[in-house]
Design a protein around this ligand. Structure first.
Ligand code: TRP
Length: 336
């Protein structure tokens, strides 16, 4: 049986190594399986729910995110890449779903709650932002996705989607909509820590290495990475746990034996941070160069990139429109 897999990102900036480890490389793996029908959505409408007065940021980021997708190997021959705002059936389905959701249920969504605090909306919460989990449920349901690969923070969204789908099917005595399963990243492959070790890699914390970073930028960032603050002299024994350089080596280095030797040496003392960082720099440069080169080729060929987004959006609209026909029929609002 075919798995319909749908996932996406809000376009609010370029993608970084955290995205690569937590989601992008899994998507590249998933698209290779012929049993998977993969949709990747650039969620510009969702990004606008808290950037309505700064649409330029969202518009510019759509292209950046698309370049990052294609550069890491998302293949438009295997995956449907599309832009949320180009599918009018999504807000249409959102509107029908909203009637099935109470405002008190919306207030209970833990991810929305913490975002409201982070973004410091206080009492001026945009209504569109408040209801975005319902719009996300429509994104998923319109494609009858069976699987939604996302990070931990998206659990409440998928849970709410399942509730809405169940409610819709039972209220209208139908089985048109599909209850999706969440697909969490494999253990230990969640969001990568940032280069400062202060938390997950994120644009707002300024602790990221971007897929588009130049060789120099990558090197500078590696050299500034958080290690063990008590490892002052080369001879001192150093700590491996919580040391960002080792976290990255565990994730990116192919030669696991070499990493183990480096850990032993570091713990015993006698291995300097600079030497260690030089090795990580080599490892990262080797992995990021082909991505950056491909990205630059694509940047020189933006017509091609836009044509992929356009074709993908047209294909996606066809699917969403079939679902909406069935939805309206189930609701009895297919009058003509
Ligand atoms: N909420 C997701 C994020 O912040 C983006 C998103 C929007 C999404 N609609 C989706 C993800 C549907 C999976 C399925 O990254």
């Amino acid at each position: 049986m075919t798995n319909v897999i749908l996932t996406g990102d809000r376009p609010t900036g370029k993608l970084h190594l955290g995205h690569f480890v937590g989601s992008l490389r899994n998507r590249v793996r998933m698209q290779a399986d012929p049993d998977n029908d993969l949709y990747i959505m650039v969620a510009d409408q969702q990004a606008l729910t808290d950037n309505a007065r700064n649409p330029k940021k969202v518009q510019d980021s759509i292209l950046q995110v698309a370049l990052d997708y294609l550069a890491v190997g998302i293949d438009p021959a295997k995956t449907t890449l599309f832009i949320q705002s180009q599918i009018p059936q999504l807000p249409e389905l959102t509107l029908y779903f909203l009637n099935l959701v109470t405002t008190s249920r919306l207030k209970r969504n833990p991810t929305v709650k913490s975002e409201i605090q982070q973004k410091d909306f206080k009492s001026s919460i945009p209504a569109g932002f408040f209801i975005y989990p319902v719009s996300q449920a429509a994104d998923i349901a319109a494609f009858k996705a069976s699987h939604v690969p996302v990070g931990d923070d998206q659990k409440p969204m998928i849970e709410q989607t399942r509730e809405i789908v169940r409610d819709f099917n039972s209220t209208y005595q139908t089985d048109v909509l599909v209850e999706p399963d969440i697909v969490l990243p494999p253990k230990g492959q969640g969001r990568l820590v940032g280069i400062d070790g202060s938390g997950k890699m994120s644009k707002s914390l300024g602790n990221g290495i971007y897929l588009s970073d130049s060789e120099d930028e990558i090197q500078k960032k590696v050299m500034s990475m958080y290690t063990d603050p008590d490892h002052i002299h080369v001879e001192d024994p150093g700590k491996v746990e919580g040391n960002v350089v080792f976290t990255y080596l565990d994730v990116f280095a192919q030669d696991k034996d070499k990493v183990q030797d480096l850990k032993d040496h570091y713990r015993a003392g006698g291995l300097g941070d600079v030497k260690l960082k030089r090795y990580l720099n080599e490892v990262l440069q080797a992995q990021l160069k082909p991505i950056r080169d491909r990205r630059q080729e694509l940047e020189a060929n933006l017509d091609y990139v836009y044509s992929i987004l356009k074709d993908g959006s047209q294909a996606a609209e066809k699917i969403a429109s079939q679902t909406l026909d069935q939805v309206k029929e189930a609701m009895g609002i297919n009058y003509f």
